[in-house]
Design a protein around this ligand. Structure first.
Ligand SMILES: [Zn+2]
Length: 117
């Protein structure tokens, strides 16, 4: 049975992908979750800290990827924000390590980003 299933899947992978999409769509509908369909136009959900739209926001985007939430310009903004956050976290962790390891000496400020509000 399992082998038959695997063989059937190998023969028509697209059909099974379509069935999986349909089933996930049905589950979402039954659970009352919002349904997002590929190729449709959705409003951009990117908002910065102040709740404003991003700079150069197109306002809407075509869903090409199920996880997509932002327009082209805002996804770029989002990426840069994330990388900045990651960098900040890494440097913070590094500083903490330095403080832990060198209890007698004050931590060196080399490599730390300038603290600007
Ligand atoms: Zn946008």
């Amino acid at each position: 049975m399992a082998e038959n299933g695997a063989a059937a899947y190998k023969a028509e992978p697209e059909k099974f992908a379509r069935m999986a999409r349909m089933n996930s769509w049905k589950r979402k509908k039954a659970a009352g979750l919002p349904i997002r369909r590929l190729g449709h136009i959705y409003p951009c959900e990117y908002r910065d800290r102040d709740g404003e739209r991003g700079k150069g926001c197109k306002g809407r985007y075509k869903l090409t990827n199920p996880r997509r939430k932002f327009c082209e310009n805002c996804s770029l903004l989002r990426k840069t924000n994330r990388s900045r956050e990651r960098y900040r976290n890494i440097t913070k962790a590094a500083l903490r390590e330095i403080i832990k390891t060198s209890t007698s000496e004050p931590p060196t400020r080399e490599g730390s980003p300038s603290q600007q509000p």
